[in-house]
Design a protein around this ligand. Structure first.
Ligand code: PLP
Length: 390
């Protein structure tokens, strides 16, 4: 399954799979053993060494989807992010992070980096010049996230990857929101791609996992630290994730289609004052998203018009579930003000463009008309209740 011409859904179903030589079953067998022979074997296997049969199978599958040489699978997205960063950063080094950054990555930096003597800068915005302006003599890594959470801003991946190469830096990109179906950063020049596999790769809101993908040399470097930190995934979950990825292409393409239709519907709704979706022509980065993405994704954000209470709106939804996480086959919604950005002051939220009425919508694979009906009904209810209060 290493053929470069093999198409997406075929890779999803077959890349990396283990052959069941004993019983000729159709799917990868699950090897739960944590103990393997050490004599007369080609590889000494141990789960923390990322080399059980199922870990290797899943890594081959994810590497193939991201067009990388090698991958490693971790127990969470944050285990993947922290191990990748720390593998390339030493005491005295500096790292540049994109300003719009997942809250957990931001917390890792703010709460842990000082004690390792690692310094950092956050860019002013997502423009390539903003990254270049932050580079210092001791900078080692540029870290990007696009589309960003929750406002779906788009960073020019090829341009920032070029800047990293020009300065001899490692570029890392958190590709969680796009998924490998919609964006392949390695093809755009990025060195290391990271996923919270808890999101689209898992896709059913029942797996916590992470992954890194890159060249043999870069992944070997991450492996050296990873085996010492020990943030591995249990083989049962590894097997379940391989199973989940078989439908990744189908799921994400359905989510892309639904999200685009819902973004258009919300954009026209009189009770909605703003919609943030890179697949809308009104999005400031629409042209860039078209250039570097194969699909616009299943995530969008929107704001209710002034006077409508976002919390009440979420309570009135019957099908779309208010929920912290995202990217499952079921549609979920969250308020950044109450969840991911709750710890920021009102002032800081304003600076980042996150209003109290902003809602982040993870569009699932349900039928579009049922999602539209759910939103319409909830908006009508909340508009009536908010009018009563006036
Ligand atoms: N990156 C992004 C963009 C995320 O949204 C998340 C989780 O929400 C993570 C990384 C962290 O992943 P995990 O929760 O699997 O550790």
């Amino acid at each position: 399954m290493k053929d470069k011409k093999t198409a997406l859904n075929t890779l999803c179903v077959h890349a990396g799979e283990l052959e069941d030589k004993q019983f000729k079953g159709a799917i990868s067998p699950l090897y739960m053993s944590t103990s393997y022979a050490f004599e007369d074997v080609d590889v000494k296997r141990y789960p923390r060494n990322f080399n059980t049969p199922n870990q290797e199978a899943l890594s081959r599958q994810i590497a193939a989807l991201e067009h990388g040489e090698k991958a490693l699978v971790f127990g969470s997205g944050m285990a993947a992010i922290s191990t990748a960063l720390m593998a390339f950063l030493h005491h005295g080094d500096h790292v540049v992070f994109q300003k719009a950054l997942y809250g957990g990555t931001f917390n890792l930096v703010m709460e842990e980096f000082d004690k390792f003597g690692i310094t950092y800068s956050f860019t002013q915005g997502p423009a390539p010049e903003d990254f270049e302006a932050c580079i210092r003599e001791n900078t080692k890594v540029l870290f990007l996230e696009t589309p960003s959470n929750p406002l779906l801003s788009i960073t020019d991946v090829e341009a920032v990857a070029g800047i990293a190469r020009k300065h001899g830096l490692i570029s890392m990109l958190d590709n969680t929101f796009a998924s490998p179906v919609n964006q392949n950063p390695i093809v755009l020049g990025i060195d290391i791609v990271i996923h919270s596999a808890t999101k689209y790769l898992g896709g059913h809101s029942d797996i916590l996992a992470g992954a890194v993908v890159g060249s043999d040399a870069h992944i070997d470097k991450i492996f050296q630290l990873g085996k010492n930190l020990g943030g591995n995934l249990s083989d049962f979950t590894v097997w379940l994730l391989e199973r989940s990825i078989k439908t990744l292409g189908l799921r994400v393409k359905a989510q892309n289609r639904n999200a685009k239709k819902l973004a258009r519907f919300l954009e026209k709704h009189p009770d909605v004052s703003a919609v943030y979706y890179p697949g809308l022509k009104s999005h400031p980065d629409y042209a860039l998203a078209r250039k570097q993405m194969k699909g616009f994704g299943g995530m969008l954000s929107f704001e209710l018009r002034e006077g409508l209470d976002a919390r009440l709106f979420m309570k009135e939804l019957r099908l779309i579930k208010p929920s912290m996480s995202l990217a499952g086959v079921e549609s979920t919604i969250s308020s950044p003000m109450l969840t991911s950005h709750a710890l920021l002051s009102e002032e800081d939220r304003k600076v980042q463009g996150i209003s109290d009425e902003l809602l982040r919508f993870s569009v699932g694979i349900e039928d579009k008309k049922d999602l539209v009906n759910d939103i319409t009904r909830a908006l009508d209810k909340v508009a009536a209740r908010c009018a009563d209060k006036v």
